[in-house]
Design a protein around this ligand. Structure first.
Ligand code: GDP
Ligand code: MG
Length: 371
């Protein structure tokens, strides 16, 4: 009888291990309980992520987080990131076993409509729409008005890339708050603040241009993040530049010009950032200085409009409608952020944030926000 019980127990363990080996899917790590005004961790989904992290066999972690207002194309961007990483850094057990040692620098100048890494992804992005793909998974994004991403989401697959010459486990994070009747400003600041603490690259997705109100929002929720950090580091004094890279990602960039070469474009992007972050030029030096003190690096990238066709209600997700210049800029962008020279492991914030401590640190951070 004992032997049978022992066997049943082993079978149980096997069954449990295989349930974490499920189909890739978005995991909701954190949600806000709107009634009780509390941060809620989703332990089940966190366990799935911890398992994926552990499976990489790597210790350092890099968290690429995209945040911003509702319907600014965040999930669309993350979906493309996912395709890029699957093609160039396929996770263990994925069909393509040939894991590249480092990110290649592809020839984006070539007149290709769709970059290599996007060709194999099939034409359709949307789930559950006519002509939409049912069999591939990606971040859920829909052209309707549904709100599918309030809170902090991550993708269950973790990718191993190089940061310098070290291996890092790359996690993609999608954070959305809504400064509307459903979520208060404070509730949004809580999930944005939590994301700021966790991210090694914080991508602030904005439409058309960086504006003062966007910077004000940023300062509002970095204050929350700082307060949570202080609560956890009682007595150890304040850390200067506690956060890593802040990047403004400007969508539907209005200054895009057809005759731009990449260098012109990059200079233009830098000028755009300078208008806000060069204290000599800026109107509001106080907020600029505050952000410069908080983040180790402040960066910018601009993407042209993908195509007017994608704004139509009848678009079925066919990527063929996307303009050549969008591919060129996104290809250059992804090559840049996943370049081993640019990619950075998450640095310690008093607490070491690594593959093995991620869960514990997230629990600690979120309880600091609940106080
Ligand atoms: P999210 O709410 O920020 O995650 O936005 P989604 O990625 O779900 O996209 C919302 C809508 O914007 C979808 O209908 C997309 O087709 C569209 N969209 C995605 N990327 C862009 C972009 O770069 N520019 C514009 N104008 N629309 C976009
Ligand atoms: Mg979304």
């Amino acid at each position: 009888r004992r032997a049978v019980e022992a066997e049943v127990a082993t079978l149980g363990e096997v069954a449990q291990a295989s349930t974490t080996d499920e189909k890739p899917r978005p995991l909701q790590l954190v949600q806000i309980d709107l009634e009780k005004n509390k941060v809620r961790l989703n332990e089940e989904d966190l366990a799935v992520l911890e398992k994926s992290l552990e499976n990489t066999g790597v210790e350092k972690v890099a968290i690429i987080a995209v945040m911003g207002a509702f319907r600014t194309g965040k999930s669309f961007l993350l979906d493309l990131m996912l395709r890029y990483l699957r093609e160039k850094h396929p996770p263990k057990g994925y069909k393509n076993e040939d894991i590249p040692q480092e990110c290649e620098v592809p020839d984006w100048v070539q007149e290709r409509k769709v970059p290599d890494w996007a060709v194999n992804c099939g034409p359709n992005l949307l789930e559950g729409r006519e002509g939409g793909s049912q069999d591939r998974e990606g971040f859920v994004w829909r052209p309707g008005m549904e709100k599918c991403t309030e809170g902090i989401w991550v993708w269950s697959e973790v990718f191993v890339c190089k940061a310098g010459d070290e291996d890092v486990a790359v996690v993609l994070m999608d954070t959305q708050g809504a400064w509307d009747a459903r979520m208060s400003k404070e509730q949004s600041a809580t999930i944005f603040g939590l994301t700021t603490l966790l991210a090694s690259r914080l991508i602030y997705n904005v439409s058309k241009q960086i504006q003062q109100d966007k910077i004000d929002n940023l300062l509002y929720f970095t204050d929350f993040a700082k307060a949570a950090l202080r609560a956890m580091q009682r007595g150890t004094g304040s850390v200067s530049e506690p956060f890593q890279t802040l990047e403004f990602l400007v969508r539907d960039w209005p200054h895009y010009q057809e005759n731009f070469n990449f260098k012109d474009a990059r200079n233009m992007m830098k000028n755009h950032l300078d208008q806000y972050f060069n204290p000599k030029k800026s109107q509001d030096t106080k907020s600029v200085e505050a952000l410069v003190d908080l983040f180790h690096d402040i960066d910018v990238w601009c993407l042209p409009h993908p195509s007017l066709k994608i704004e139509s209600e009848t678009w079925n997700g066919d990527l063929a409608v996307i303009e050549k210049q969008f591919w060129r800029y996104i290809d250059g962008y992804l090559d840049k952020i996943f370049d081993p020279a640019q990619l950075q492991a998450k640095q310690n914030l008093g607490n070491a944030i690594t593959v093995s401590t991620f869960g514990t640190v997230l629990r600690e951070f979120s309880s600091a926000f609940s106080d």
